[in-house]
Write a protein that binds this ligand. Structure first.
Ligand SMILES: C[S@@+](CC[C@H](N)C(=O)[O-])C[C@H]1O[C@@H](n2cnc3c(N)ncnc32)[C@H](O)[C@@H]1O
Length: 278
């Protein structure tokens, strides 16, 4: 079988279940053939070996059965870095890059060591991206899930930042007192009642998605802890669901009236991030 024929066939099949069948087809093919997209486009006549066809068909059938592409190939890009992902961790989302951008903007002005927490680190995508881009960052990354911490450790190692990141299994930031200049958190924020209707909940860990009755359970718990963990003039960056902006801001203004909280939008123009300056 020629590469061009496999591409054409796969594009058609994926077109029935995916919004981006072309991109997904090339991602699958690139995974097996270890060739860039430009090569695959310019070599439709390349003959596939039996082994390659069997690997390609196997990956394709997993995607057709509904398994998310990042889990099928075992890695995914975030903030220009490649992260290992397994079903134990949330697949890093592009909207979370806003949190990393804002964190780095705030860190730009300082040369001393910045003590940072990444709460609910999952794959470690936030912690590793910060460590890669800010050499003075010392990061404590926490998660309740031991399985997730193992993936975060592999990613820290993969990107050569293990010495900047300490991984701890704990609830939020329970053991810490007065030690962080910056707290970053992308905690579960989907209201429990909505989870059943979402396809993400069939594949990604519920512990990474379930935000309790109003979706703000973990975020509120973290904010209650915030005064004990944050240093004077510290900052918190919280990713939120796009429809939680107003309720989260009202709650923050009541609980932390002496802080300055700002709501920021993602590239799609949706409320996505709250920055709280102490
Ligand atoms: C939405 S995922 C985010 C993962 C990663 N930070 C990202 O942005 O892709 C939330 C993560 O928080 C963890 N988590 C949930 N509740 C937690 C808690 N109370 N304390 C620490 N981690 C928690 C979950 O296990 C999951 O890995």
């Amino acid at each position: 079988m020629q590469l061009g024929d496999w591409i054409k066939e796969t594009r058609t099949w994926l077109g029935k279940i995916s919004e981006l069948p072309g991109i997904e087809t090339y991602v699958l093919a690139g995974e097996v053939l270890h060739r860039p997209k430009s090569w695959m486009i310019s070599h439709p006549e390349a003959l596939l070996t039996t082994n390659e066809i069997s690997q390609l068909d196997d990956l394709r059938s997993r995607v057709l059965k509904g398994e998310p592409l990042p889990y099928v190939i075992g890695h995914w890009e975030f903030f220009g870095l490649d992260f290992l992902v397994t079903p134990s961790v949330l697949i890093p989302r592009p909207e979370t890059e806003l949190l990393v951008e804002q964190a780095l903007k705030g860190l730009d002005q300082r040369n001393d060591t910045a003590w940072i927490a990444d709460v609910g680190t999952g794959s470690g995508c936030i912690a590793v991206s910060l460590a890669k881009h800010h050499k003075n960052a010392r990061i404590i990354a926490t998660d309740r899930s031991w399985q997730a911490l193992k993936i975060a450790a592999a990613n820290a190692n993969r990107h050569g930042v293990d010495s900047n990141i300490t991984l701890i299994q704990t609830d939020l930031l329970q053991p810490f007192r007065n030690c962080f200049d910056l707290v970053c958190a992308n905690l579960p924020y989907i209201p429990t009642a909505q989870l059943g209707g979402l396809s993400v909940s069939q594949h990604e860990p519920l512990s990474a998605l379930d935000g309790g009755t109003d979706g703000l359970f973990w975020i509120k718990n973290l904010l209650r802890l915030s005064q004990q963990v944050i240093r004077p003039r510290g900052r918190i960056l919280l990713e939120i669901e796009s429809d939680q902006g107003n309720s989260a801001m009202n709650w923050i203004n009541e609980l932390l009236p002496f802080t300055e909280a700002v709501l920021l939008k993602d590239l799609a123009g949706k409320d996505r991030l709250i920055s709280i300056q102490f």
